[in-house]
Write a protein of this length. Structure first.
Length: 207
């Protein structure tokens, strides 16, 4: 999840109708951030949502102030105030998104890591024991290979080497790089076989 607030551009020649639309759009952004984002976050990050909402409301106030400027008003000063207000809003937005990314990473790291390995080229992993529901988080990068490469991962039963499940959706990629998460719904003692020309990482986690 991330929050992105559309930048608001005001020209002195803009009509009252355009300006009213900007104010309305800014107000909607405030409501969206307050409602949908807060609903899914823990208390520490909600604090940063509140900061962002305050910064957005300040932008709304600056836009509304422009509607009431007289012809002889110091427009340059108003523009400077708006730029400073939007800069503060951008900082608050970045802080919130950093918190969201950190929270997402923390959630991922708290899931039980069953096995992880990084490598290059074709390889087989050590055995690991998977629960009923588990995931493979994978990445590959073919920069060292210099061309698009294959990245395929198969799952086999430890001891027999036979395919773990006929229902598996294979990880099978062709490109310069990529990443993803594949979900599985059976357990057992397993290992992974990688077929690739590229650098790769694998992390097996309980779901």
């Amino acid at each position: 999840m991330s929050v992105r607030i559309a930048r608001r551009f005001v020209t002195i020649a803009g009509s009252a109708l355009i300006l009213a639309a900007l104010v309305s759009g800014a107000s909607v952004a405030v409501a969206a951030t307050t409602g949908t984002t807060k609903a899914s976050l823990a208390a520490p990050t909600v604090r940063d949502v509140n900061v962002l909402v305050a910064r957005e409301n300040a932008v709304v106030a600056q836009l509304r102030a422009f509607q009431h400027l007289g012809k002889a008003a110091p427009v340059a000063q108003w523009e400077a105030r708006l730029q400073a207000t939007e800069a503060a809003q951008t900082t608050a937005e970045a802080t919130l998104n950093a918190d969201l990314a950190s929270a997402s990473s923390a959630r991922s790291s708290t899931a039980g890591v069953l096995y992880q390995q990084s490598g290059s080229g074709t390889a087989s992993t050590a055995n690991f024991t998977a629960p009923t529901n588990w995931n493979i988080e994978w990445t590959y990068n073919c920069a060292s290979f210099g061309y698009k490469g294959n990245f395929a991962v198969s799952i086999s039963q430890a001891g027999t080497g036979s395919m773990a499940s006929l229902g598996d959706v294979p990880i099978n990629q062709l490109g310069m790089s990529g990443s993803g998460v594949q979900h599985y719904h059976y357990g057992g003692k397993l290992y992974l076989a990688v077929n690739s020309e590229c650098d790769w990482t694998l992390k097996v986690v309980s779901a």
